[in-house]
Design a protein around this ligand. Sequence first.
Ligand code: NAP
Length: 232
Amino acid sequence: MTVEGQVAVVTGATGGIGLAVVAQLSAAGYRVLALGRDTSRLSELAHAHPGVTPIYADLAEPARLNSIVPNLDRLDALIHCAGIADLAEVEETTTQLWQRILDVNVVASAEITRALLPALRAARGHVVFINAAYGMTGVPRWSAYVGSKAALRELADSLRAEEAAHGLRVTSIYPAGVDTPLLREVRRSFERDHDPATSVRPETLAGIILAALRAPADAHITDLAVEPTRRG
Ligand SMILES: NC(=O)c1ccc[n+]([C@@H]2O[C@H](COP(=O)([O-])OP(=O)(O)OC[C@H]3O[C@@H](n4cnc5c(N)ncnc54)[C@H](OP(=O)(O)O)[C@@H]3O)[C@@H](O)[C@H]2O)c1
């Protein structure tokens, strides 16, 4: 299905999941505004995929985002793919680390959404938050990451309730084991082997995200858990 003329904003566009989402949105005919930090990856993206505009944005500084987020008349899809997943026991988690994880994973998502709400309302658009494995709670060495994802779920649920009157749809995706640099680093840190065969391909997850966007207007996929078929 082609969606010529529709506009999407993707954060974390330079990452494993974000790259795959941008590629599939572009192939589907969306005009895509791709946010990331890695400037060479951003320009590769723009060269590789038609209709992609790269935008440098550091999400660790959410107070600056209002001036970076593009001014749009309408926005059909906002997909929050950026995230960090540093490990540390509570004893080792400094205020700086708490702040950075919360800023990148939650506060920046809230701020970008806030800046783009008028455009989303104008298009009766769709906001997608990439959360984390469904039901993940109380994980040793991961309090800040898991805490940030709990806050992200609350942000999504509140936004859905507030914006229903404007026709916005809000979807939280709860993936586990998607084969990206983040997964490989996390598995290494937890001293677990990494086997791509027991992971979800980023392209597969991107396809599932696009399927959620394509749900007919009378349906609203609120929460979606995605796990590898084969477990490691
Ligand atoms: N992979 C999995 O198995 C898995 C499972 C559950 C949840 N998730 C979630 O999925 C999301 C995407 O993860 P991924 O696996 O695709 O990870 P990834 O490959 O490491 O990509 C992370 C993305 O976040 C961006 N990012 C990080 N810090 C940033 C900052 N300060 N400012 C702007 N952008 C920043 C990176 O941009 P630059 O590279 O340009 O800095 C990159 O585009 C994350 O929220 C993660 O928690 C992933």
